[in-house]
Design a protein around this ligand. Structure first.
Ligand code: URA
Length: 433
């Protein structure tokens, strides 16, 4: 078999066989197929697409290009959820402990933030002492005992995707639905959970800008999961404004704690309860959505969900006294208010800009090598639909940087203020099963 023939075939829009797809994935991972042929291939895929079967085969081959985690030693249904990335998206910090407090097993591998989106690992590491690298044995033991662990990738998971994603990033071939879907799903499938819930966000702060694209991506991922025998569902959710009020690391951990204690922002709580109800159905714990939501709310009200977060943080070496008393977060940054430039209703809060503002304040990384200022970030005081008077405080920014007036200007422009009441977007658009 020759790579040039496979490229030629895809260039003409023909369907590839399992052997051909496997030849590409194995050869590229081992370094036997050069980058120039892999980039020609991904460009051919970008233009000609892959059918459902080809996409599932590509995912399967990528998933098996490295370690596949075996979680069978943990009793019960292991549930996982993945967000395609958003601004202020601290859902995993709330949802993980919440469903674990209902009896689901959460053995989660998360990632770090890059660009305008934050990462769960960075947020967790803003808690003093918290470790996100556990041995495979410690990970399994903790999930069996506490019901939850959230760590960074262990072992050599999906090396094919590491190479291919880096190549796509520099060859303008990221935005191909079958390539995105197989990239995300190969990693989720390799990390071993029995069920997968995908939170596919769309809007200004998301990877997918339109509802149509989000539905197409979600459907492709659900198809892959199903054809590879995993209970996979997707929820399409709004990312036209940040989720909750906080964007950063310490500020998001504080907001997650508040939410688990029943005092968080309504949108974040609603999203976590809705996603949680689907996960409890997947876990076989409660199939009736209303009863599942009631159970989740009960776990927030009776403190069990928050106790789960603390159990996880304690087990991973973190200082739980910071969670009980947020003034114990000793990393502090200077605070500055952002004021409304005019009177009116807030019609939009450009999530992408807010994410970039947080990154420029020090809360995120422009490149993988950048270090993060855990205390930096923003806290909104207003959301879409709120009425503001000129001079009202729209948000507070936290930073250790000195010259931030251009960042404040950029942030102020993210708020679209107009006369007349604003339309509220639904938080959840649709569920794809
Ligand atoms: N996220 C991924 O993990 N892969 C992609 O291809 C795009 C976004």
């Amino acid at each position: 078999m020759r790579m040039i023939d496979i490229i030629e075939k895809k260039k003409k829009g023909e369907v590839l066989s399992r052997e051909e797809i496997s030849f590409f994935v194995t050869g590229y991972t081992k370094g036997e197929i050069p980058d120039y042929q892999a980039s020609a291939f991904t460009m051919a895929v970008l233009f000609q697409g892959l059918n459902k079967e080809e996409t599932a085969i590509l995912t399967d081959c990528m998933m098996h290009s490295g370690d596949v985690i075996d979680l069978s030693a943990i009793e019960g249904v292991k549930v996982d959820k993945h967000s395609t990335g958003g601004v202020g998206d601290k859902t995993s910090l709330v949802l993980g402990p919440l469903v674990a407090s209902c009896g689901a097993k959460v053995a989660k591998m998360s990632g770090r933030g890059l660009g305008h989106t934050g990462g769960t690992l960075d947020k967790l590491e803003s808690i003093r002492g918290m470790s996100v690298s556990l041995s495979r044995e410690a990970f399994i033991e903790q999930v069996s005992r506490d019901g939850i662990a959230i760590i960074g990738q262990t072992g050599d998971l999906v090396p094919a995707d590491k190479k291919l994603y880096a190549l796509r990033d520099v060859t303008a071939t990221v935005d191909s639905i079958p390539l995105i879907a197989s990239s995300i799903m190969s990693k989720k499938l390799a990390s071993g959970s029995d069920t997968i819930l995908l939170d596919v966000k769309f809007g200004s702060g998301a990877f997918m800008k339109t509802l149509e694209d989000a539905v197409t991506l979600a459907s492709a991922m659900v198809e892959i999961g199903k054809s590879l025998g995993r209970d996979t569902r997707a929820v399409i959710t709004d990312m036209d404004q940040p989720l909750g009020f906080a964007v950063g690391n310490i500020v998001e951990v504080k907001e997650a704690v508040e939410t688990l204690r029943g005092r968080g922002p309504k949108d974040l709580e609603e999203l976590c309860v809705s996603l949680g109800a689907i996960m409890l159905d997947q876990a076989g714990i409660e199939h009736d959505p209303d009863k599942a939501k009631a159970l989740l709310r009960q776990k927030i009200a009776n403190g069990e969900a928050y106790a789960k977060l603390k159990a996880m943080v304690r087990a991973q070496g973190g200082d739980t006294s910071q969670l009980d008393d947020p003034s114990r977060f000793t990393d502090v940054a200077g605070a500055q208010a952002v004021y409304a430039p005019k009177t009116g209703y807030i019609h939009a809060i450009e999530a992408l800009t807010v994410g970039e503002v947080a990154m420029h304040l020090g809360a995120g990384r422009a490149t993988k090598e950048d270090t993060i200022d855990m205390a930096a970030g923003v806290v909104l005081h207003k959301k879409i639909g709120d009425f503001v008077k000129e001079g009202d405080v729209l948000a507070t920014v936290y930073t250790n940087k000195e010259e931030i007036s251009p960042i404040i200007d950029m942030f102020t422009r993210a708020f679209v203020i107009r006369d007349g009441a604003a339309k509220q977007n639904p938080l959840i658009y649709t569920v794809i099963e």
